[in-house]
Design a protein around this ligand. Structure first.
Ligand code: PEP
Ligand code: MG
Length: 573
C-alpha cells in the first residue's frame, strides 16, 4: 500500500486516513467494514440492590425477551444444526424456571446483572450434572447470560455479531470458539489488539485466506461500520481508505488471482526436486474446502479443532465418522492426521488439566496421554476404523514429542491400533537436536511445527504478541534446528516436512527446502505463491539462501540477507 503510515496514538479516535499499525500475518490486503466483537460483560462486583425491584424485574424480563428474539432471528437465517441449536437456546432464554429464579433473587435485594448471573450459574450446575448432552448446553446458556447481562448494563452485545457484508472483524482477541460463530463467507479481514503471529487468531485468518493484523493498539475504538483497509504485509489498518489505497488493494488481489490460476500441479524446485505442497486443516468443512484446491494432500489435520466446543469426549464412532469424511475428501491423496493437541493455547473442556503455572511447559500435546491414555487409544482406534472404512492409508503423528522413548511409545500404540505410517512433530528443541534418534525409534516421518519450535527455542510464549520479534521463525536458531532435522531425515531416508506457519512464507519456504525439508503444509490459499517461488529456484539456490539465513544474527537480518539473494519476482509475492 502506498500510504505512509502516520501511527495513531491510543488517545485519538481513529478517523479518515488514519493508519493503525500492528504485526501483520500473511501478505494479502482487503477492504471491508468494521465489525466489533465486544467482550462478555460481567456484573459489577459491587452492584447495588435495585431501588425499584418491579422496574428492575421488568427490565430483566425485557432483556431475556430481546435475547430470545435475536436468537430466533439468527436461527431463521442460519441453516441445519446451527438453526436448531439457536432455536433451542432461545427457548432457554424464555425458561420460566430461570426467570422465576432471577425474580426471587431480585426481590431478595440482589442487583439485576448479578441476579441473572447467579441464576444462570445455578442452572448450569444442574445441566452439567445431567449427562453429556445437557452439559453441552451449558455454553449456550452462558451465552444467553452474557447477552442478557449486556442488555441490563446497557453495553454492546458480546461475541461476533451477524455479518451483513464484507466485514473486517475487530476484537481484543478471538478465542478459537468465537471463530466458530463467524460467517466465513463475509469475513475479509481480522484485526486484534492482542494475540501474536502464531496465535490461533492468526492461524484461523490464514485458513480463511484473509489478511490479519494483530497487536493493533486502539483497534477496538474503530467505529463500527467504518470502511478500513487491512494490509497484512505492511501490518497496517487504514481507516476510511482513499481511492489510491483501494486501487492498490485491488491490484494485489488481481496479482494473487492471476498467480493462482497460472500455477498448478505438484510442487517442485526449478531443477525438479519434488516438494509436496499440502494443506493445513482443522475441521471437516476445512478439509472439504481444501480438497477442492490444487494441493497434494493434508500435511496437518489439527484434530483438536473438531472438539473445541465439546463438553465431553467424542465417542470412537463420532470420531470415526469425522475422520472418514476428511479421508474420503482427499481420496488417494496423502492425509497427515495429528492426534489431539490439547492444553496451553488449545484448552479442551473434556481434557481435565490441573491449573499449571506454565501451561505451555506442562501436560500438553502427547503428554496428555500420560493422564488420559484412553483418549489417545480411542483416537487411534477411530482413525484406523476410518482408514478401513475409506480404504485409505492415513499418516498419523503426535504433537509435542520430546524424547525417542515417547516416539517409540507412540509408534507402538499407533501400529498396535493398525496404523501403518507413523510420525512425530518436531516442536521441541530436544526433538530437533535428536531427530536422528527419534526416527531410529521407529518413526516413518517427522513434521516440524515451527510455531511451537520457535516458542520453545526462543523461550517466548506464542500468545505474547509483544515478543513478536523473538517469535519469528526466521530466527537463525530456529532455522538451525530445522536444518538438524532435515539432515537427520536425509541420513535416514525419511520424510521431513514443515507444517507451521513458516511454510506459507514463499521466501522462508525456499530456506526450509535448502535445509532439507521436502514437504510444506499451509493454508491452501498460500500454496500458489509458494509453488511459484519453488518453480523459480533450484535446490542449490535454496541451500545458498539457507546458508545466508543461518549466517545472520537475528530474524530481521536473516530475512534481509535472503531477500538480497532471492529472485525479485518471488520477493514481490
Ligand atoms: C506448530 O506448532 O507449528 C504447529 C503446526 O502446531 P500448532 O500451531 O497447532 O501448535
Ligand atoms: Mg504446535
Amino acid at each position: 500500500m502506498t500510504t505512509t503510515p502516520t501511527p495513531t496514538s491510543p488517545a485519538d479516535a481513529a478517523g479518515a486516513g488514519d493508519v493503525l499499525t500492528g504485526v501483520g500475518v500473511g501478505t494479502s490486503a482487503a477492504v471491508g467494514s468494521v465489525v466489533l466483537v465486544a467482550p462478555a460483560a460481567r456484573p459489577p462486583a459491587d452492584e447495588a440492590a435495585p431501588a425499584d425491584p418491579e422496574a428492575a424485574l421488568a427490565a430483566v424480563r425485557a432483556a431475556f425477551a430481546a435475547v430470545a428474539a435475536t436468537l430466533r432471528e439468527r436461527a431463521a437465517s442460519a441453516g441445519g444444526t446451527t438453526a436448531d441449536v439457536l432455536a433451542a437456546t432461545a427457548l432457554m432464554a424464555e425458561d420460566p424456571g430461570l426467570l422465576g429464579d432471577v425474580e426471587r433473587r431480585l426481590r431478595a435485594g440482589t442487583g439485576p446483572a448479578t441476579a441473572v448471573d447467579e441464576a444462570v450459574e445455578g442452572f448450569c450446575a444442574v445441566l452439567a450434572a445431567s449427562g453429556p448432552y445437557l452439559a453441552e448446553r451449558v455454553t449456550d446458556l452462558r451465552d444467553v447470560r452474557d447477552r442478557v447481562v449486556a442488555h441490563v448494563l446497557g453495553l454492546a452485545q458480546p461475541g461476533v455479531p451477524q455479518l451483513t457484508g464484507p466485514s473486517v472483524v475487530v476484537a481484543a482477541d478471538l478465542a478459537p470458539a468465537d471463530t466458530a460463530a463467524l460467517d466465513l463467507a463475509k469475513v475479509v479481514g481480522i484485526v486484534t489488539e492482542l494475540g501474536g503471529p502464531t496465535s490461533h487468531t492468526a492461524i484461523i485468518a490464514a485458513q480463511l485466506d484473509v489478511p490479519c493484523v494483530v497487536r493493533v493498539t486502539g483497534a477496538q475504538r474503530l467505529r463500527p461500520g467504518a470502511p478500513v483497509a487491512v494490509d497484512a504485509r505492511a501490518g497496517t489498518v487504514v481507516v476510511e481508505p482513499g481511492e489510491d489505497v483501494r486501487a492498490e488493494v485491488e491490484r494485489r488481489r488481481a496479482v494473487r488471482e492471476a498467480l493462482a490460476s497460472a500455477s498448478g500441479g505438484p510442487g517442485a524446485t526449478a531443477d525438479g526436486t519434488a516438494v509436496a505442497l499440502l494443506a493445513n486443516v482443522g475441521t471437516v468443512e476445512d478439509a472439504e474446502r481444501a480438497a477442492a484446491h490444487d494441493v497434494e494432500g493434508v500435511g496437518l489435520f489439527r484434530t483438536e479443532v473438531l472438539f473445541l466446543e465439546r463438553a465431553s469426549a467424542p465417542t470412537v464412532e463420532e470420531q470415526t465418522d469425522a475422520y472418514a469424511r476428511v479421508l474420503r475428501a482427499f481420496g488417494e491423496r496423502k492425509v497427515v492426521v495429528r492426534t489431539l493437541d490439547a492444553g496451553a493455547d488449545k484448552p479442551l473442556a473434556f481434557v481435565e488439566v490441573e491449573a499449571e503455572e506454565n501451561p505451555a511447559l506442562g501436560v500438553r500435546g502427547l503428554r496428555t496421554a500420560r493422564r488420559h491414555p484412553q483418549l489417545l487409544t480411542d483416537q487411534l482406534t477411530a482413525l484406523a476404523a476410518a482408514a478401513e472404512r475409506t480404504g485409505t492409508t492415513p499418516w498419523v503423528m503426535a504433537p509435542m514429542v520430546s524424547t525417542p522413548a515417547e516416539a517409540a511409545d507412540f509408534a507402538g500404540r499407533a501400529r498396535a491400533a493398525g496404523l501403518g505410517v507413523v510420525g512425530a512433530m518436531v516442536e521441541v528443541p530436544a526433538a530437533a537436536l535428536r531427530a536422528d534418534a527419534l526416527l531410529a525409534a521407529g518413526l516413518d516421518f517427522v513434521s516440524v511445527g515451527t510455531n511451537d519450535l520457535t516458542q520453545y527455542t526462543m523461550a517466548a510464549d506464542r500468545l505474547a504478541g509483544e515478543l513478536a520479534d523473538l517469535l519469528d521463525p526466521w530466527q537463525p536458531a530456529v532455522l538451525q534446528l530445522v536444518g538438524l532435522t532435515g539432515a537427520a531425515g536425509a541420513a535416514a531416508g525419511r520424510s521431513v516436512g514443515v507444517c507451521g506457519e513458516a511454510a506459507r512464507d514463499p521466501l522462508l519456504a525456499l530456506v526450509l527446502v535448502g535445509l532439507g525439508v521436502r514437504s510444506l503444509s499451509m493454508a491452501p490459499a498460500a500454496v500458489p505463491a509458494v509453488r511459484f517461488a519453488l518453480s523459480r529456484t533450484s535446490v542449490e539456490d535454496c541451500r545458498r539462501l539457507a546458508a545466508a539465513a543461518l549466517a545472520a544474527d537475528d530474524a530481521a537480518a536473516a530475512r534481509a540477507a535472503v531477500a538480497q539473494l532471492a529472485d525479485p519476482e518471488v520477493l514481490a509475492l
